[in-house]
Every structure is written in C-alpha cells, then in structure tokens.
Design a protein around this ligand. Structure first.
Ligand code: BGC
Length: 234
C-alpha cells in the first residue's frame, strides 16, 4: 500500500491572476517534469481557465490532481475570485476538473497550497504570497486554518493589504515605497499573529529589498506547486 502511494504521480496546478502553472510530482513530492506556464486568459472565466489547464496537462501522465486557486475554496467549490472572473463564484471546480481529466481532484486556496509546500509543521507558521493579489495562510503544528483572507482586510490609509501590496500597487508606487509598505505589513502581522515563522512567497518576492527579521523566510515560487502533494496527506 505504502509503496503504491509512493508511485502515484500528482499534477499540481497553480491558478494565478497572471499565470497558470503546472508540474507533476512523484509520491515523495519531487518534481518529475519541468514547470509549465501559460498566461492566465483574459477574461479568466471558468471555461477559459479550464481550457488552458487542459492544454497544459496534455501529454502528461498523472494519477491525481491538486489545484491552488486564488480565492476562498470550500469542499471543492470556489467561493470568491477577486482577480479572476465573477463566474467563479459558486463554481464546482473539483467536480468539473475531475470529469475533464478523469482523475480525482483536490482544490484549496493558492496560499494554503503554497504554505503546505513550505512550512516546517512546528508551532505557529504563517504564509503570505505577493503576486497579483495578496494571499495568506496560517498553520498550527502543520494543521491548516483554511481560507485566511488577510489580503482583503484593512491595512492602512483606508486600503486593504492587497490594495497596498498587490501587483497594481507595486506597479503604481514602485519598488522602493512598496518595500516600505511591506516592512510595515510584516511588523503588523508579527504583532497580530505572533507566529514562530513567516514565509513570504509569490512572484513579487523578487522585488523584496528588505533586511527581513530572522524568523521571516522567502520561499521559492515553485513551493506553490510543491504543496500539491501535501493535500493528499492530510
Ligand atoms: C484572494 C486570495 C488569494 C490571493 C492570492 C486574493 O485576492 O482573495 O484568496 O489567496 O488573492 O492569489
């Protein structure tokens, strides 16, 4: 049985506001393919995103599928999708994709999946992701508190974390001011959550120019996909 599980290959999919990425992982969570990426279609309706996933997965061999989705996900259904199309609200993504790919599918929030690929599973661990949107995840001894939506919580100057630190803000205010904001955000979060470790992921981590506190670590973007294996081990 254990041996059988080790042989299972998982197609990990990260649906983002600007790119859709896939990678196949072996039973130990090691990548067995390169990361493949396409631009997120515009408008990013369920049909358009599903078609992109179908293209990306063509010719790949896998037994099951893990999806990180940029919104609240409950029991395989997507409940919010601020940076995609409103048709995602209430969409049964796990069911539809499972029929399309003829494999079992698990769907979770993208920051939750990223966290599962990054954390040490000890103490209180928090994850934030900096990309098109701002994602967040919280774990206690490896146990996930699902769908923490810090991004849409008020931060400063009447704006949310996502409005202050998302991709549009970065493009508008530039790297220097964005880094100052990020430093203030990390300071807030450390006092609010008193985490043991904070992991910072997402495509815009390459814009970070701060000396980070010792318990804050930048995680490589691929962690968003590596977490795909941990979904099946919960
Ligand atoms: C969504 C989160 C998501 C984050 C990063 C936010 O706009 O509400 O659910 O994790 O973007 O994609």
């Amino acid at each position: 049985m254990g041996e059988k599980l080790e042989q299972l290959h998982t197609l990990a999919i990260d649906i983002g506001g600007s790119g859709i990425k896939v990678l196949v992982l072996d039973g130990r969570g090691q990548p067995v393919t390169n990361r493949n990426r396409v631009e997120t279609p515009n408008p990013a309706t369920p049909d358009a995103v599903l078609a992109a996933i179908f293209q990306l997965s063509k010719g790949t061999v896998f037994d099951r599928v893990s999806v990180g989705f940029p919104g609240v996900v409950r029991a395989g259904k997507t409940e919010t999708a601020v940076n995609l199309h409103p048709d995602w609200i209430g969409f049964p993504l796990a069911d539809v994709l499972s029929k399309q790919l003829a494999r079992p599918v698990l769907v979770v929030n993208d920051a939750d999946m990223q966290g599962m690929g990054a954390i040490s599973r000890q103490g209180v661990e928090m994850v934030i992701t900096l990309g098109t949107g701002v994602g967040s995840a919280l774990f206690l001894a490896g146990q996930l508190v699902p769908n923490l939506e810090l991004g849409h919580h008020p931060f400063r100057k009447g704006e949310t974390y996502e409005e202050q630190l998302g991709r549009t803000a970065l493009e508008t205010i530039g790297k220097k001011r964005w880094n100052v904001r990020l430093s203030k955000a990390i300071d807030n979060l450390s006092h609010l959550f008193n985490y043991d470790r904070l992991y910072v992921g997402g495509g815009n981590t390459k814009k970070i120019e701060l000396a980070l506190p010792e318990n804050v670590k930048i995680v490589p973007n691929v962690a968003g996909l590596l977490g795909g294996i941990a979904l099946w081990q919960r």
